[in-house]
Design a protein around this ligand. Structure first.
Ligand SMILES: [Zn+2]
Length: 326
């Protein structure tokens, strides 16, 4: 007889109780245990991956949908954890997660498990903006192209060292006016997806860093307006757009809650607001879902050397169309 139980639901039922038992006794689990928070993965959403291993490991890294997953060990749960996500246009289905580790004696270990991605529907809206933003002149196209190269370069600079720790917090305490993933039609012609979260932020509202990191960019861009990019390490960045004023400089280290700038309506904006974007390994993820994740608060302990990771950049993808940055 065909089994009617979905594999993901079954594995969640089987894995969660023994995972909890392992935490209580601090015993090493007898098999690899993989769980995600939230349990259901959807397109466009970040999630936390927890892995308990049958042998004690010195290092663990993973690969998921062609992207590198960086793990840290959390003493509180005796498990490895990582932030990861699913791109907005991913089709529902099962995707393999590959894990590779090394024991303290240097022996390599590996494990693979399929994780299920469910479909998240997104709504559609019509918007009006100045004509130049949907049909830019040749001069503007030149500028747009130049800025695309600059962004490509900036996005390739995420450090291998994790700089974030603990939960991500909202950059402003204003209401959300437009959700992530909404399909938009500009001036009845240009179709794109909203790759961030819009906050209603009157001009001059203080905009603070969602977590600790390093400022990779603080300058004016055509679509994004005055834009700050904060690198949190390990391929994770947050972007703050349409600012009226900068309060940080490129290269500056910032802590969660530190003032980055003041909100405004620079770039392609229909009025003063803050557009917050979350970028992980070259894809944009729903910031609202990142802000809701309960993340381990352990400080970064690994001494992996910081440096550019050009391999992680996916700037050639449709994700980077400048038109999606509002
Ligand atoms: Zn926006």
């Amino acid at each position: 007889m065909r089994r009617l139980f979905p594999a993901a639901a079954l594995s969640a039922i089987l894995l969660l109780p023994c995972f909890a038992a392992a935490q209580e006794s601090e015993a090493v689990p007898t098999a690899w245990q993989v769980r995600t928070d939230p349990i259901t993965l959807v397109n466009g959403a970040p999630a936390v991956l927890y892995v308990a291993t049958p042998v004690k490991l010195e290092t663990l890294s993973g690969s998921w949908m062609g992207r590198k997953v960086f793990f840290e060990f959390d003493n509180a749960t005796s498990s490895w954890y990582a932030l990861f996500g699913v791109q907005l246009n991913a089709a529902p289905g099962k995707y393999p997660l590959t894990l590779e580790g090394r024991t303290d004696t240097g022996s390599p270990v590996s494990f693979q498990q399929d994780l299920e991605v469910a479909s998240q529907p997104y709504a559609s809206v019509e918007l009006k903006v100045q004509h130049k933003f949907t049909a830019p002149s040749r001069r503007l196209l030149k500028r747009i192209k130049k800025e695309a190269i600059l962004k490509h370069h900036v996005f390739a600079q995420s450090s291998d060292t994790r700089e974030w720790h603990g939960d991500f917090t909202a950059p402003v305490s204003e209401p959300i006016t437009e959700a992530f993933g909404i399909r938009r039609v500009f001036n009845g012609e240009l179709k794109t997806e909203h790759q961030g979260l819009d906050y209603h932020a009157p001009r001059g509202t203080r905009v603070v860093a969602a977590n600790s990191g390093t400022v990779l960019l603080a300058r004016r861009l055509f679509f994004e307006g005055n834009c700050v990019v904060v690198d949190h390490g390990q391929g994770l960045m947050t972007l703050y757009m349409h600012l009226s004023k900068f309060k940080v400089r490129k290269g500056q280290r910032v802590r969660r809650g530190q003032l980055l700038g003041l909100s405004g309506a620079t770039g392609r904006a229909t009025g003063p607001h803050l557009h917050l974007a979350v970028r992980w390994e070259g894809i944009y993820l729903d910031p609202a879902k990142l802000l809701k994740l309960d993340l381990p608060s352990s400080q970064a302990v690994h001494s992996a050397a910081a440096g550019a990771r050009p391999g992680a950049d996916k700037s050639g993808e449709a994700q980077d169309r400048a038109v999606s940055q509002d």
